[in-house]
Design a protein around this ligand. Structure first.
Ligand code: PGA
Length: 264
């Protein structure tokens, strides 16, 4: 059960689901419909993908749909949003490894068509790699669908507060909140990389369709702000508002602030 809402408190249409599983299952079905519609006309699909805890259930649902024959990823190309600087692809905390373990290793995708920025570039080499990543997205025909989580500081990808609407794939310094949120995964704040490569806001906004996902009470404040604040670099997710085809998938816990009754 879900309710679709687009009201005065939000310019981004959002849909509230009982829980993350229900939302993820619904989004997985939508993505499969799009992939199958493209395949039926001989077209490939290009996906922009995210890491973190948020999309895990989405990937589980997509894996299930692939295993039972409802969708194939043979004609799908993917580009991930970001990667930590300094981590090799086989590092346990690298986003390449995350994607392989949580998604790519379980579907019929050609790994050569899966792209994650390399974390093993020097700061000097990063600009060239980032430009090449933008080129690769363009050569693939652009992103059809982009999946996004949201950080507690409003980041999308690693576009931290201060990121500009016209930003492109680049190397940047991670924000304190982002690093603190990753500290457990890395066994302590001191082990969390200080920099990362991320697609830019403008790169993300070039996707034809964008899905913004938020689950749990911990995301309730930021998702309410992201959906109801005028576009500002202070909360990079607010830039999504200028996109013509964006939808937020939210569970009840994350929607609790958004839907709180307005006091007179
Ligand atoms: P999370 O991170 O999915 O682990 O909550 C989301 C993000 O920081 O973009």
């Amino acid at each position: 059960m879900s309710s679709v809402q687009s009201n005065t408190s939000s310019n981004i249409p959002f849909e509230v689901f009982a829980d993350a599983e229900a939302a993820s299952a619904a989004l997985a079905r939508v993505m499969c419909e799009r992939i199958n519609a493209n395949a039926a006309t001989g077209k490939q699909t290009v996906l922009g993908l995210a890491t973190g805890s948020t999309p895990i259930k989405l990937y589980q649902n997509l894996i299930r749909l692939c295993k039972n024959g409802a969708v194939s990823f043979k004609d799908v190309t993917t580009f991930n949003l970001d990667e930590y600087l300094g981590l090799a692809g086989d590092h346990p905390r690298s986003y390449r490894r995350f994607m392989d373990e949580n998604f790519f290793d379980h579907i019929d995708i050609d790994k050569a068509r899966t792209h994650v920025p390399s974390g093993l570039v020097s700061k000097e080499e990063a600009a060239a790699q980032c430009a090449e990543y933008e080129e690769q997205i363009l050569r693939a025909g652009g992103l059809h669908m982009q999946v996004l989580g949201i950080g507690r500081n409003g980041h999308i990808g690693f576009n931290e507060p201060g990121s500009r609407a016209d930003s492109r794939t680049r190397l940047l310094e991670l924000n304190g909140i982002t690093r603190a949120d990753a500290a457990n995964d890395f066994g302590g704040l001191e082990n969390v990389p200080t920099h990362a490569i991320t697609m830019g806001i403008a790169t993300i906004l070039q996707a034809k369709e964008i899905f913004l996902l938020a689950w749990g009470k911990g995301k309730s404040e930021i998702i309410a702000k992201a959906l109801s604040t005028a576009p500002t670099s202070d909360i990079p997710a607010t830039f999504l508002r200028s996109h013509p085809n964006v939808r937020a998938y939210i569970d009840e816990a994350a929607a609790s602030v958004l839907q709180a009754p307005v006091r007179p």
